[in-house]
Design a protein. Structure first.
Ligand code: NAP
Length: 339
């Protein structure tokens, strides 16, 4: 095994909490040797997902463990393979020097050690800034749709989506249309509706800040709303429950609203809340499904380039601004760190 002992630049936390308070940039960190099956990727770009910041806070895991050795956040990046453990790349079609994207922990560092199995080869026509955006959100969108369609008793004609202008929301729209499902897309402002219609044109974008938005949804759905795909939670869930058919389903994959969900109507309307997380993707899917999910990520990035546009890139010296941009209103695209 090669023993490269070069240095890395990384974002690290030594305790969980507010990202502004606990994240720091460290220079000249020694890189560890590789173990069996691992590769080292020279990271060029790494996306900040909203969920990455929730993990920095440990929002969903209390009490939080101590992390005296430090934890490097981030789950997705793009770069070049610079070193590999013996035979780690056998049969992958990837070689030293290949451009790759990966979905694995510890992405926010210039030289990341990840399992070779987490790599996807990136074609020349996809820049690193796009390649770092494609895996987690496409996998989530496909996993959400696949899980929902398997669970629903009848394939719906129409679906309703909240947070339709979010990165995952847009991918759910693209995949739903491909599956013959016509989405009714909810956004929270006229500006967001306008922005979304330029990226993914089509009818049935409904602004929930308008007074008659529920009527607009009922009308578009012809009075039949069997399922809603929700990335918000919070108070809007109560309004969504009111719109749903008796016995309808909410497929929940996110909580952008960051508040307690309103479940008051769930019992009287016999609604089902079905949650889907990428955390169970590997155990819920076959190797063929996982390969197809990753291949589809590349396919969509090439076929619908607008979907990964509007992104903003930040140097590590602007980490605070990058953190703020992740949840800023009017976000037009993903937030990306430059390494
Ligand atoms: N289940 C999983 O495994 C999984 C995987 C990935 C992501 N997620 C979750 O999926 C959700 C979406 O992630 P993302 O990366 O796609 O988000 P994102 O692109 O950062 O979302 C930004 C968009 O969401 C809209 N938005 C934000 N807060 C809103 C609110 N309170 N009400 C209405 N619209 C709001 C914004 O609207 P404006 O344009 O009006 O500002 C903007 O269009 C997050 O909760 C994330 O944690 C879950």
């Amino acid at each position: 095994m090669n023993s490269v002992t070069d240095l890395s630049r990384r974002i690290v936390q030594y305790r969980f909490g507010d990202p502004h308070a606990v994240l720091r940039v460290e220079e000249d960190v020694a890189v560890p040797p590789l173990s069996e099956g691992e590769v080292r990727v020279r990271v060029a770009r790494s996306i900040i997902h909203p969920g990455d910041l929730q993990l920095v806070e440990a929002r969903y895991s209390q009490p939080t463990p101590a992390i005296p050795a430090g934890r490097v956040p981030g789950l997705e990046a793009a770069g070049v393979v610079e070193e590999a453990a013996p035979r780690a790349l056998d049969g992958t079609g990837i070689a030293l020097g290949s451009r790759v994207a990966f979905f694995a922990p510890g992405a926010w560092q210039s030289r990341a050690v990840v399992p070779a199995a987490s790599l996807v080869a990136v074609p020349d026509d996809l820049p690193d800034s796009v390649a770092t955006q494609i895996l987690i959100n496409t996998i989530t969108a496909r996993h959400v749709l696949r899980t929902a369609l398997r669970a629903l008793p009848v394939t719906p004609r129409r679906i309703v989506q909240t947070a339709a202008a979010s990165a995952v929301g847009k991918l759910i729209t693209v995949l739903a249309l491909k599956n013959g499902l016509a989405p009714i897309r909810l956004v929270r402002s006229p500006e967001s509706a306008r922005r979304l219609s330029t990226v993914l044109p089509g009818e049935d974008i409904v602004d929930t800040s308008s007074s008659d938005w529920q009527d607009a949804v009922r009308k578009a759905a012809g009075g039949d709303v069997p399922v809603v795909f929700d990335g918000l939670a919070g108070a809007l869930l109560g309004d969504i429950a009111a719109l749903l058919n008796m016995g309808g389903t909410i497929v929940s994959y996110g909580a952008l609203a960051g508040r307690m969900a309103d479940l008051n109507l769930f019992v009287p309307k016999a609604l089902t809340l079905r949650s889907v997380t990428i955390g169970t993707w590997r155990s819920d899917t076959t190797p063929d499904e996982r390969n197809e999910d990753m291949t589809e990520a590349i396919r969509i990035a090439r076929a619908v380039p607008e979907i990964h546009g509007g992104y903003r890139e930040f140097d590590l010296t602007d980490l605070g601004a990058a953190i703020d941009a992740v949840s800023a209103p009017g976000k037009a695209g993903n937030v990306i760190l430059k390494f």
